[in-house]
Design a protein around this ligand. Structure first.
Ligand code: ADP
Ligand code: MG
Length: 624
């Protein structure tokens, strides 16, 4: 009972696929038709075999009549037999009938080919659509979502789960349609041939179904365990590879090996347990099929000898061929059921995820308003929902259009959070953030973010060429523009020194860049974006102080028309800023020009400044 309920539940999750089946309904319908046609042609050949055997049998006995009995045959076979039995040359009749059997096999193969062309191709289309749907959904999610889901988890859904669902939309559907049509057609013609013999032949089938049912749920459970231990194993291996330097430097190779051997052992045990169950599964299916054939021969033979129920030698042969035809589809029932269960578990995970609607999205009346203007934080408070850390506390700040504002303060004072709030990576809990006197929630997300060139503190470069990484900020940018921006960011000359210049690959498969190079490439990327506001989040921390000053000087010129927020922990580099804001514990205790801030007795800025002046030498050394 438990089991059938879970199958029912399985179908519930897979309902989500209906829209795809509907989208590809023509393919699906054609596929089902092809399956039926291919099975139809395959059930015709046992009938012809029956005719040949009976024909030969009669000709040996000398009882061939021009009117061969046609009861129990398919319409086309009947027509054929009527034509064939007018020919009295036995050899000719056999040859022609055999050629027709061959032709039927070809027809069957042709429709099987078409069936794969439609159903399997449909499943690939669905897979593609589903991947796009998921990827699209990822892209819409907010920062919190990506904190709650690990990359591995997200990757699994787009790779593993989707491919398990594909196994359902492709092979499983094909097997199911095939199974149903083979059983229906062959049982139909078996009944036409001899009802009594059919009952005997099908007798082992219920037992077979019960065995498949129990053994399969066992196999399913075991293969799930295998899957879990395999994923454990992969995680361990992956971590050891990426952490190899740590492992080696802490001389923990043997401990890691022990760890790995442990999960490897678990995997081996599970795999062997599965193999054991499988060794019973197929032989017992074969045994029962063999039993069916045995019953056909014994009971059929008995009927034949006693001349009962219209059973002839040909009927026995016909039945044996039918039973053989049923073997594969029936033995695939278990496999198909597992496919469905797995697909359903995967689709359930996908559904859960697809149902998460992003907390941050375009408001109903949001619009493509002009976002180039003053920026104002009004009484803004924000607490990270996952950690409960209050990063911003009732903060007020007005940034005039065109202003160059520096934000400084200790690590953890909330500088990066402020930038992220402006980009609406998170929504604030209290207060308002306004741009051009309009709440940022009223802007379309794309309008808002297009307005901002943002260089995050944690740099990310794609596995692509340097040039494309820079162009990411604006796909239509020309080569000259890319060079120009790299020049401003102070990285152009270094790029030219790479073996393949701007065509050098970076990221996992490419060259290893220094932290400073990555930072400057990512600055170039932000500069190329036609944005009115640029936020630099501590993006020159890995560059030495001298280079930083040079870059800042060039930037000052480039930024003339733009609003700029420069977040930095290095106080001395900002002398040219209009205003310096000092952050502490999510608030702004001090702001003003450098000179003004230096005048505050015991001020935060003064302390930071003094500490850094003392540490200048260290700072210059520590860079890069
Ligand atoms: P800063 O950029 O000035 O170093 P942050 O804005 O990064 O400071 O951090 C402010 C506070 O918020 C810190 O206490 C930090 O631990 C916390 N914080 C930063 N980012 C996150 C995050 N993604 N999730 C939870 N807490 C965070
Ligand atoms: Mg920061």
């Amino acid at each position: 009972m438990q089991k059938s309920f879970s199958y029912f539940a399985a179908m519930k999750h897979l309902k989500a696929l209906r829209k795809y089946f509907w989208k590809y309904r023509v393919r699906l319908g054609a596929g089902i038709l092809f399956v039926m046609l291919s099975n139809y042609f395959s059930v015709l050949s046992p009938q012809l075999m029956k005719f040949i055997i009976n024909y030969v049998d009669q000709s040996i006995a000398g009882t061939v009549s021009a009117e061969h009995p046609t009861k129990g045959y398919d319409y086309f076979v009947k027509k054929l037999i009527t034509i064939l039995s007018q020919n009295t040359n036995v050899v000719q009749v056999i040859i022609i009938a055999s050629l027709i059997i061959l032709f039927l096999a070809l027809l069957r193969g042709f429709f099987m080919f078409l069936m794969r062309q439609t159903i399997i191709v449909m499943s690939r289309h669905i897979e593609y659509d589903q991947k796009n749907e998921i990827f699209n959904h990822y892209q819409k999610q907010d920062a919190l979502f990506f904190k709650r889901h690990t990359t591995g988890d997200l990757m699994n859904r787009i790779a593993e789960d989707v491919s398990r669902v594909r196994i359902y939309t492709g092979p499983a559907i094909m097997y199911i349609v095939n199974l149903i049509s083979v059983i229906a057609l062959s049982v139909f013609f078996m009944l036409q041939s001899s009802v009594e013999l059919t009952i005997y032949v099908l007798l082992p089938l219920p037992i077979l179904a019960v065995i498949i049912y129990f053994v399969n749920s066992n196999i399913h459970k075991k293969s799930e365990q295998i899957q879990a231990s395999l994923s454990d194993l992969t995680t361990h291996a992956q971590e050891s590879y990426s952490g190899i330097r740590v492992i080696k430097s802490f001389v923990q190779e043997s401990a890691m090996l022990k760890f790995f051997t442990g999960s490897s052992e678990k995997y081996r045990k599970n795999a062997i347990a599965l193999a054991r169950v499988e060794t019973i599964y197929f032989p017992s299916i074969m045994l029962l099929i063999g039993l069916s054939i045995l019953l056909t021969i014994m009971i059929g033979g008995l009927y034949y000898i006693n001349n009962q129920h219209g059973v002839t030698l040909g009927t026995i042969v016909e039945f044996i061929v039918y039973v053989n035809m049923l073997t594969f589809p029936v033995s695939a029932i278990g496999l198909t059921a597992s496919m469905i269960q797995r697909a359903s578990a995967s689709q359930k995970r996908l559904n859960e995820f697809l149902n998460i609607s992003p907390a941050i999205s375009d408001a109903e009346n949001s619009g493509d308003f002009n976002a180039d203007g003053d920026i104002e934080f009004r009484n803004v408070s924000f607490t990270y929902p996952d950690t409960g850390i209050q990063a911003i506390r009732q903060l007020n700040l007005l940034i005039k259009k065109g202003e160059k504002l520096v934000i400084t303060g200790r690590t953890g004072s909330g500088k990066s959070t402020l930038a992220q709030l402006l980009l609406r990576m998170y929504d604030i809990d209290e207060g308002e953030i306004l741009i051009n006197e309009k709440n940022i929630k009223d802007y379309q997300l794309s309008t808002l973010r297009n307005q901002i060139g943002y260089i995050p503190q944690d740099i990310f470069l794609f596995s692509d060429t340097v040039e494309e990484n820079i162009r990411f900020g604006s796909y239509h940018a020309s080569k000259e523009e890319v060079y120009e921006k790299a020049e401003i960011a102070g990285v152009h000359n270094e790029i030219l020194k790479f073996a393949e210049g701007y065509k050098t690959l970076v990221g996992e498969r490419g060259v290893t860049l220094s932290g400073g190079q990555k930072q400057r490439i990512s600055i170039a990327r932000a500069l190329i974006k036609p944005a009115g506001l640029i936020i630099f989040d501590d993006c020159l921390s890995a560059v030495d102080a001298k280079t930083e000053r040079e870059i800042m000087a060039r930037l000052n010129k480039y930024l003339e028309e733009k609003t700029a927020i420069i977040i930095t922990h290095r106080v001395f580099s900002l002398l040219s800023a209009d205003r310096i804001v000092v952050m502490d514990e999510g608030k702004i205790p001090e702001q003003g020009t450098h000179a003004e801030l230096m005048n505050i007795q015991n001020g935060l800025y003064l302390k930071l400044y003094n500490r850094q002046q003392k540490g200048v030498q260290d700072d210059e050394d520590e860079a890069d």
